[in-house]
Write a protein that binds this ligand. Structure first.
Ligand code: TXA
Ligand code: MG
Length: 313
């Protein structure tokens, strides 16, 4: 039985106690729900991989409460400092050199010399990290290859009975995973995954446009699965009208059975995206037509997720 914990000090104390005991607990963040375990505990991290059914070459993000927590884990360079000042706490993950002796299980980095770290902005995540007092490794709280959860009910629909508990924090505000930024050999920032912080805002802060590199490439791993974030049904993108038998997911002027945002607002569309994919699964939609979404700002991260969802499996 997976416990549903309340978003209050009693629920958080229970979550922290379970985490200290090495259990896996799903927690809300401002992006999506994370499947959290003690980053320093091999057993706990193994429990995350087991619950997700995730291939173990895919490393995890460690979440920290504060700057002291960051400095215990990684080396922060000058470019990273600028991004931290501008975007933390918030939906940005930085891939930085792991410090020697950092309290992180090698299962978290999958053996890499770098670590992905993030200081989340969600008040419950922050409170829990403070009560827990260490780093929490947390991938999105969905079975591998499935849609990321933006509500506690989504977590339970994929992982009920597989994890100790879920902290119910309601709906996630951003609705898309964090943007991941790494650094090349010259110290220049590179976008490894588009997400909650747009490339335009990163360029504003750093003073140059950032290159984008596929996650798989960046970690020299057998590649990020292309089919990811996928609903059960087959998706057809950039559709302006539904064909017979298709359920239509609209955007802006292109209406549908469901819509990401009737007013064409990309922020609203991002926060609705995974919820709508879950809803399509619940409807039993076998064929899904998706309206075009402009490829700018948050639309780039939305289109990345849609392309993965539509990839052949
Ligand atoms: O918003 C988010 O980032 C959510 C919430 C829970 O924080 N987390 C999340 O984690 O999306 P996950 O595990 O689903 O995605 C983490 C991504 C993976 O694709 C992994 O390849 C990449 O981060 N990653 C982790 N460590 C890395 C590293 N050292 N170098 C390059 N990429 C890394
Ligand atoms: Mg994920």
């Amino acid at each position: 039985m997976t416990e549903l914990l309340s978003p209050d000090p009693i629920g958080l104390a229970r979550a922290a106690a379970l985490l200290r005991g090495g259990a896996v607990v799903a927690i809300p963040t401002e992006t999506v729900y994370g499947l959290a375990g003690n980053a320093a505990d091999d057993q706990a991290v193994a429990g995350i991989y087991a619950a997700k059914g995730r291939p173990s070459f895919n490393p995890l993000i460690v979440h920290v409460a504060d700057r002291a927590g960051v400095d215990r884990l990684v080396e922060v360079g000058a470019e990273a400092e600028k991004l931290i000042a501008a975007f933390w706490p918030g939906p940005l993950t930085l891939v930085l050199p792991l410090k020697e002796g950092a309290p992180v299980s090698p299962l978290v980095t999958a053996g890499l010399p770098t670590l992905a770290v993030r200081m989340p902005a969600h008040p419950l995540a922050r409170d829990l990290l403070t009560v827990f007092g260490g780093g929490l490794a947390a991938p999105s709280a969905n079975p591998s290859g499935r849609i990321s959860p933006t509500e506690a009910a989504h977590v339970l629909s994929g992982l009920d009975g597989e994890i100790a508990a879920v902290v119910d924090g309601g709906r996630c505000g951003v609705g898309l995973e964090s943007t991941i930024v790494g650094f090349d050999d010259a110290g220049r920032a590179v976008v490894l995954r588009e997400g909650g912080v747009t490339a335009e805002r990163l360029a504003e802060v750093l003073g140059y446009p950032l290159d984008t590199r596929a996650e798989g490439e960046a970690i020299n791993a057998p590649g990020q699965m292309t089919s990811h974030y996928a609903p059960q049904g087959v998706m057809r993108l950039n559709a302006t009208v539904a064909e017979p038998g298709e359920v239509m997911l609209g955007f802006g002027a292109t209406g549908g059975d469901l819509t990401l945002s009737a007013s064409g607002d990309l922020i609203e569309a991002a926060s609705n995206l995974f919820r709508m994919m879950h809803a399509l699964d619940e409807m039993g939609a076998e064929r899904i037509a998706v309206a075009p979404v402009p490829d700018e700002g948050l639309g780039r991260a939305i289109n990345d997720r849609l392309r993965r969802a539509a990839a052949p499996r």
